[in-house]
Write a protein that binds this ligand. Structure first.
Ligand code: ATP
Ligand code: MG
Length: 299
């Protein structure tokens, strides 16, 4: 259980902007300045970013969701060592992934998820999954955001709803050049990505951090604990919830190769009941996209 998780069940002020429905924020077409940096528009794998190079050579790419928070997302406002060590909470998973917050700018700080992208690394999934998906690879950072945005644009069902996800706010590539052995990446895997996506110039020696917005709630495993579900009842809850999300994703034309209850965020209402949608089904958000893919790839 992540420390302080109970506290996040109430909505912070900025949550409207992180909700799936509010997609109205548009990327700027012209260069613009923050207090210190000049951002220029860049399009990578069909997604518009505003890019700026930091003073130390790091590269920051803001998505249209990150744009309203450009000051908060400057690395100095979340990554500065003392601040980061004081605020980060390691999330439970096999990757390097933290929940943290930015320094307040004009009184507004942002709850974020900072996740190191694992492009080029071996998949730490069980053998059965590996055998089943022998060609599976982690999405590269820009690929992940492109596929995620496609999912976010896909409407399903009679009510044409979308599958709620985290909003991708930015990609940050620190300037440091690592040795290949330090990155854990395989040259062959990176070469494949570069052939497939030549536009997204990946530097095999650099790290890529994707910044997402935090989503209130508990993942399905934590929720089962929180609701004190045990035995058959717990099994049924986890299996049914996971199957439901897998089926909805498939209807939308996507799948997550390592889909599991921990990738599904659920909420409780003020009566401690699971929040449901208008159609009576569970309201959920999907949180892990490193193995998100289209069922029928375009390439
Ligand atoms: N935006 C978010 N809001 C709430 N919880 C989150 C969010 N992002 C991640 N989490 C929590 O952090 C956990 C780890 O995240 P994630 O699954 O993306 O990491 P991972 O290292 O890829 O894990 P795994 O190896 O299990 O796939 C999730 O299971 C979920 O409980
Ligand atoms: Mg994962």
């Amino acid at each position: 259980m992540v420390d302080g998780r109970q506290k996040v069940l109430c909505k912070p002020r900025y949550i409207r902007i992180l909700d799936a429905e509010s997609d109205e924020v548009q990327a700027k077409e012209a260069p613009f300045m923050t207090e210190k940096f000049k951002f220029s528009p860049r399009e990578i794998l069909g997604v518009k970013y505003d890019h700026a190079q930091m003073t130390d050579g790091g590269d920051l790419y803001l998505t249209r969701y990150g744009l309203p928070f450009k000051e908060q997302l400057l690395p100095e406002n979340w990554r500065e060592t003392e601040w980061f060590l004081a605020h980060r909470q390691k999330l439970r998973g096999t990757s390097t992934i933290y929940r943290t917050k930015t320094r307040p700018v004009d009184g507004h700080s942002l709850d974020i998820v900072v996740r190191y992208n694992r492009v080029g690394e071996e998949l730490p999934v069980d053998t059965l999954t590996l055998e089943k998906f022998i060609n599976a690879d982690f999405n590269s950072p820009f690929e992940e955001i492109t596929i995620l945005n496609e999912l976010r644009r896909t409407h399903i069902g009679g009510d044409r709803h979308v599958i709620p996800t985290k909003k991708p706010l930015a990609v940050f590539a620190p300037p440091d050049l690592l040795q290949l052995w330090q990155t854990g990446r395989l040259e062959s895997k990176i070469a494949q990505k570069l052939t497939r996506y030549p536009e997204a110039k990946l530097d095999i020696r650099r790290q890529y951090i994707i910044i997402y917005g935090w989503i209130d709630g508990l993942d399905a495993l934590q929720m089962a604990d929180h609701l004190n579900l045990e035995g058959m009842e717990r099994e049924k809850f986890l299996i049914q919830t996971t199957k439901f999300v897998i089926d909805e994703l498939a209807t939308a034309g996507f799948r997550v190769l390592d889909m599991k209850p921990a990738h599904i965020i659920l909420r409780l209402d003020e009566h401690k009941q699971l929040v449901r949608r208008k159609d009576g089904e569970l309201l959920y958000a999907l949180v892990d996209y490193e193995l998100l893919e289209r069922i029928h790839t375009k390439n």
